[in-house]
Design a protein. Structure first.
Length: 128
């Protein structure tokens, strides 16, 4: 009788731990605190690669600085579900495209931003 109760208790405990371990990733949140979203900037450059990945898509582009030097910028965007809702597809941006991205620059000063709007090579504006 006691062994049966212990087995049931152990089973419940195992199931409970299993549920906690599998649902914890669903609670994860990706913060935007490292970006200055209150003071948006726009950068224009040539796309070197586009990563259509979860949890966020990324555009990498070469941007000419004020002194003529080239910097590679990392442009973080929203999740693929959000992007698809805005009209994005995997091949919307290609290496060689000249585009502009507007968003919050990295507070660290690194050449990176969280983009909220992209001007595509054909002139269309699309949320990101």
């Amino acid at each position: 009788m006691i062994a049966g109760k212990m087995r049931s208790l152990l089973l419940l405990l195992t199931l409970g731990l299993g549920m906690v371990c599998t649902t914890e990733p669903l609670l994860a949140h990706h913060s935007t605190a490292m970006y200055d979203m209150a003071s948006p900037v726009t950068v224009t450059g040539t796309v070197t690669r586009f990563e259509w990945t979860n949890p966020h898509a990324y555009i990498y582009m070469n941007v000419k600085g004020e002194k003529g030097e080239t910097e590679e910028w990392t442009i973080e965007m929203m999740s693929l579900n959000h992007l698809k809702g805005y009209g994005w597809v995997r091949d919307l941006v290609k290496p060689g495209d000249v585009i502009s991205c507007t968003g919050g620059r990295a507070k660290s000063g690194l050449p990176a931003m969280l983009s909220s709007l992209v001007k595509l090579a054909d002139g269309r504006m699309i949320k990101s």
